[in-house]
Design a protein around this ligand. Structure first.
Ligand code: HEC
Ligand code: HEC
Length: 304
């Protein structure tokens, strides 16, 4: 039954238009607000002991994530789930692995208050920023207020994240008819469609637009962490996660919600086994990786 659904969706995709869309070459955002958000993203004052900023776990030089299975927050506390990238997060239909936030603005409160991440209350943040003359000046310029509001802080962070899109990857240029894929890359893309990866990884983010079960065909053998079940309490949502985006995926090992796959080979091996029910050959994996490499886009302008 489950397999039948996969097959059906698969054929729908194969015979419709290209199932992957390019990232827009430019996206309009409020530059002043985004630049304020950028400063806040790197601001350690947003954490209790002033040692951690958003950028500590979402390293913008490292594809917007970090190299750990679990990131470390204040006091060296280890988180319980792998940090996804913030690059192109704007295109995800929900935020977090289990989609518990609808927008980037809603999401940003999460890490700030989490005792394992930044450990701050709303009042503490407002006090710190409102007693900082430079921030008062900046917020006045952007939001025309004398007193910094919590909502404005989240709005600025979200505007910065909106600007973190990575257009013009080789694959996007291919989709627009501006570049040719190598034979190996082309073979990888064909396999990606033919094998059915595309049923879950599609759209502008090649993921990020649906919840799917890890272990759809062959149950996943590891403990489920913060899955969709935690949000809905429906048994069918155990082991269900937002499908991760595959954009810039070569930059963000380790993989999976539990950071348990150290390499792309391992991730592809395991996801094809658990979610499609078969093992791929070394050659097939090599081709898929060549395709995935074409998904690395241009560094966002706002980081220049
Ligand atoms: C201590 C490490 C850490 C810090 C600090 C941190 N994050 Fe995260 N971030 C994570 C982890 C881990 C997740 C995944 C949590 C989950 O899905 O349950 C995450 C998820 C996200 C997501 C969702 C991405 C997606 O695809 O679902 C966004 C956006 C994000 N963080 C932005 C921020 C912002 C903005 C800040 C600063 C206010 C921040 N993070 C601070 C570790 C961190
Ligand atoms: C049934 C839906 C589904 C299918 C089919 C599927 N995936 Fe995924 N993929 C997921 C989900 C869900 C995750 C997250 C799993 C987790 O974190 O435990 C994922 C994770 C991944 C990751 C790790 C990304 C990261 O940032 O952690 C890669 C790489 C990947 N898939 C590639 C593929 C390839 C290649 C195929 C085809 C061989 C494929 N997937 C087929 C749903 C699917």
């Amino acid at each position: 039954m489950k397999i039948l659904t996969v097959v059906l969706i698969f054929f729908t995709y194969i015979f419709s238009k290209e199932p992957i869309e390019p990232i827009p070459l430019s996206l309009s955002y409020d530059r002043q607000k985004a630049l304020l958000g950028k400063r806040l993203f790197f601001e350690k004052l947003l954490s209790k002991d002033k040692t951690i900023s958003c950028a500590s776990c979402h390293r913008l030089k490292n594809g917007g994530a970090d190299k750990n299975s679990f990131s470390k927050g204040i006091g060296g506390r280890e988180g319980k789930i792998n940090a996804p990238t913030v690059l192109n997060a704007y295109f995800n239909f929900k935020q977090f692995w289990n989609g518990r936030a609808d927008t980037l603005k809603d999401q940003a409160s999460g890490p700030v208050h989490s005792k394992d991440e930044m450990g701050m209350t709303k009042e503490q943040i407002l006090k710190r920023l409102n007693s900082h003359p430079q921030y008062r000046k900046l917020f006045k310029k952007v939001f025309k207020t004398d007193k910094i509001g919590y909502d404005q802080i989240m709005e600025a962070l979200a505007e910065f994240e909106k600007a973190l899109y990575t257009p013009n990857s080789k694959f996007d240029r291919f989709l627009r008819g501006e570049a040719k894929l190598s034979p190996l890359e082309k073979k990888g893309y064909m396999l990606f469609k033919k094998l059915g990866c595309i049923t879950c990884h599609n759209g502008v983010n090649i993921g990020g637009n649906s919840f799917q079960k890890m272990g759809l065909v062959i149950p996943y053998d590891k403990l489920a962490l913060a899955d969709r079940y935690q949000v809905t309490k429906e048994p069918k949502d155990r082991y269900v996660y937002k499908v991760p985006s595959l954009r810039n995926v070569t930059l963000t090992p380790p993989y999976f919600h539990d950071g348990s796959a150290k390499t792309l080979q391992e991730a592809i091996n395991r996801v094809s086994y658990h979610n499609l029910g078969f093992k791929l050959s070394k050659k097939e994996i090599e081709a898929i990786i060549a395709f995935l490499k074409t998904l690395t886009g241009k560094r966002p302008d706002i980081l220049k």
